[in-house]
Write a protein that binds this ligand. Structure first.
Ligand code: 5AD
Length: 365
C-alpha cells in the first residue's frame, strides 16, 4: 500500500480505486508513511513556516438554511449580529499590529443588497493596509457581484462545495440551494482571477466513501489554490444536531492526500479540527497542512458565530493568543511565516535546495 503513497507523491493522482484503498486503509504504518510523505512535501515547498490569516466573522446573519449549520436562518435560538465597518477596521488594525497580512472576512450570506457595503469595506481595508491580502468567505453571489468584490481588491475567495454528489448535496441543503449554482460560482470566481478555495466537511451526515472519492476527483479537476476541510461537528439547534462528529483521523488523512496531490496548495489546519481534538491543530500540520486562521473577531461576538457546538475561539485559536500559537508551533519545530502567503505555483523553500542552488552558483562564479 505504501506504493500508492509513492505514486500519489510523484504523479499527484491516483485512480478512483487507489483513493478508495488509501481512504479505507487502517494500517498504522501506511498512514504514518502517508503523513510523513505529505509533511515532507509541505516542508519542501514551504519550509517550516506556517501562514496565518486573521479571521473576522463579519456576521451570523444568513439567508440560507443549510441543515448542518448553526447560523442557518431557521435557527431562532441564535442572536444575530453584524459588525460595523468601523469594527471591522478596528479588527484589521489590531491584526495588522500583531503582524497579520491576510484578513479573511467570513460570514453568513447577507441580503443581496448588501453587496455594495461589502465591496466598500474591502476597498477600505485594501486602501488602509495595501500590503495585506483580503480573502472573502461570504457564500454565493451573482457573477457581477463577485466582479465588484474583485474590483474592490479582494484577492481570494473561499467557497466550500460541501459535496460534489447532487443527492448527498441535497441531503445537506434545502431545495432552494443547488449544487450546480455552487459549482457555477466556483467557476466564476476562478474566471475572475481570485485565488479560490473549496472543500468539504469530513464525515458529514450520510457521506459515503464514494462521495469522498468524488469530492477528491472534483477538487483534482478544479485545481483550487486553497483547500478548506474540517470535520463535521453537530450543532444542537440544527436538523443534523444528532449526527455523529466527523473523525480527526479522516480529516488528517485528507490533508495528506491533498498535499500530495497539490504540493503548493494552501491548506489550513482548521478550527473545527482543533475543536474536536485538543491537539488537532498540530496533528493537521503534521499531516501536511500549512495555514492556521486565528480569530480576530471582537470577543463579544465570537460565541454568536456558532457554526457548530464547542467551536474554539480562545488561546492559540485567537489572534490575541498568537504567542501561544507560536510556542505551540515551536514544540514541533515550526514557526509562523508572517508574509501574505499568496498561492505560488513554483515556490521551493527547501533548505537543501537553496544550498544546492547557492553551491552551483558559487562554483560557476
Ligand atoms: N460542522 C463543521 N463545519 C461546518 N461548517 C458549517 N457548519 C458546520 C458544522 N456543523 C463549515 C461549512 C462552511 C464553513 C464556513 O463552515 O463547511 O463552508
Amino acid at each position: 500500500m505504501t506504493e500508492l503513497v509513492d505514486i500519489l507523491r510523484t504523479e499527484h493522482h491516483l485512480s478512483s480505486n487507489g483513493y478508495r484503498s488509501l481512504l479505507t486503509c487502517d494500517d498504522v504504518k501506511v498512514n504514518d508513511y502517508l503523513q510523513s510523505q505529505a509533511r515532507q512535501v509541505a516542508n519542501d515547498v514551504f519550509g517550516k513556516g506556517i501562514f496565518v490569516r486573521g479571521l473576522i466573522e463579519l456576521t451570523n446573519v444568513c439567508r440560507n438554511d443549510c441543515y448542518y449549520c448553526g447560523i442557518r436562518k431557521s435557527n431562532t435560538a441564535v442572536e444575530r449580529y453584524m459588525l460595523t465597518a468601523e469594527q471591522v477596521m478596528q479588527c484589521c488594525e489590531q491584526g495588522h499590529k500583531l503582524g497579520f497580512r491576510t484578513f479573511v472576512l467570513q460570514g453568513g450570506e447577507l441580503p443581496r443588497d448588501k453587496w455594495q457595503w461589502i465591496a466598500g469595506l474591502v476597498a477600505e481595508i485594501k486602501t488602509s493596509w495595501y500590503d495585506c491580502a483580503v480573502t472573502l468567505s461570504l457564500g454565493e453571489w451573482p457573477k457581477d457581484v463577485y466582479k465588484e468584490f474583485r474590483k474592490a481588491g479582494a484577492d481570494r475567495y473561499l467557497l466550500r462545495h460541501e459535496s460534489h454528489n447532487a443527492t448527498h448535496y441535497s441531503m445537506l441543503h434545502p431545495a432552494e440551494m443547488s449544487l450546480n449554482n455552487r459549482l457555477q460560482c466556483l467557476n466564476w470566481l476562478k474566471e475572475l482571477g481570485f485565488q479560490v478555495g473549496t472543500g468539504i466537511m469530513a464525515g458529514s451526515p450520510w457521506q459515503t466513501l464514494d462521495n469522498i472519492v468524488e469530492d477528491i476527483e472534483f477538487i483534482e479537476n478544479f485545481q483550487p489554490e486553497m483547500i478548506g476541510l474540517g470535520p463535521f461537528v453537530p450543532q444542537h439547534e440544527t436538523p443534523l444536531g444528532n449526527h455523529a462528529t466527523g473523525s480527526a483521523v479522516l480529516t488528517c488523512k485528507l490533508y495528506s492526500i491533498f498535499r500530495l496531490m497539490f504540493p503548493n496548495a494552501l491548506i489550513p489546519s482548521t478550527t473545527a479540527l482543533n475543536s474536536i481534538d485538543s491537539h488537532g491543530r498540530i496533528k493537521g500540520i503534521m499531516a501536511g497542512a500549512n495555514v492556521v486562521m486565528p480569530n480576530l473577531s471582537p470577543t463579544n461576538v465570537r460565541e454568536l458565530y456558532a457554526l457548530y457546538d464547542g467551536k474554539s475561539s480562545v488561546n492559540a485559536e485567537a489572534a490575541e493568543g498568537i504567542a501561544q500559537l507560536e510556542a505551540q508551533l515551536k514544540t514541533i519545530g515550526y514557526h509562523i511565516n508572517w508574509s501574505r502567503g499568496d498561492f505560488n505555483k513554483c515556490t521551493i523553500h527547501n533548505a537543501h535546495n537553496t544550498q544546492f542552488i547557492m553551491h552551483n552558483f558559487s562554483t560557476q562564479n
